[in-house]
Design a protein around this ligand. Structure first.
Ligand SMILES: [Zn+2]
Length: 194
């Protein structure tokens, strides 16, 4: 269980009005949405509550309590955005971490899987030659291959790529699972569907 102020940083899964996962918010944001009436909190059985009824639910051992005047309120695990229609964005952010996951922490030239700190991102077409920061032009590479390749293209360097770099087609549910170390069991039914 989280202590003190930390409870407001706990992750809460947000569902759109069709109960499709759209993102993960902090408990702080979740309480704002709940209090403002934009969302209802889900309990373990999938029943939904507005702020007032949620506020009066009894605390159980498994809950993370947010201290309030006169007691404590459960931090919800899942929130239903009752008026939010939009489907989740499927585009995956171009980040070092996501590139590492796409390339399975493996050098795309020699196939080695060294420690993460010995992995670099390599521009397939070097930046000095007009290569962009993009899913198609960035790959994971070990230091050795990175140095060896230098400012050359793979063809010039005689270093072929293991796979063609591409934009990952991860669903929102997959992305949520990738960034969450320990998803709550209350999230599972919604993430499975994605
Ligand atoms: Zn390598």
């Amino acid at each position: 269980m989280a202590e003190g102020r930390d409870v407001l940083s706990l992750p809460v899964l947000l569902l759109n009005r069709h109960f499709v996962p759209v993102s993960v918010a902090t408990a702080r944001r979740a309480f704002v949405l709940l209090y403002g009436g934009a969302a209802r909190a889900l309990d373990d059985d999938g029943d939904t509550y507005d702020f007032d009824t949620w506020f009066h639910l009894p605390l159980r051992k498994t809950d993370d309590p947010l201290p309030v005047i006169g007691g404590a309120v459960r931090v919800p695990r899942v929130l239903h955005l009752t008026r939010y229609e939009r489907a989740p964005r499927f585009s995956v952010r171009l980040t070092r971490r996501n590139l590492m996951i796409r390339d399975q922490y493996q050098c795309q030239y020699c196939g080695k899987r060294p420690n993460q700190r010995d992995l670099n991102l390599d521009h397939v077409v070097p930046r000095s030659r007009g290569g962009q920061d993009s899913w198609e032009n960035l790959v994971v590479s070990c230091r050795g291959c990175n140095l060896k390749k230098g400012r050359r293209t793979p063809v010039e360097a005689g270093m072929l790529l293991l796979r063609n770099p591409h934009v990952p087609k991860w669903s929102t549910a997959t992305q949520i699972l990738l960034v969450t170390r320990e998803p709550y069991r209350q999230w599972e039914p919604f993430l499975k569907a994605g």
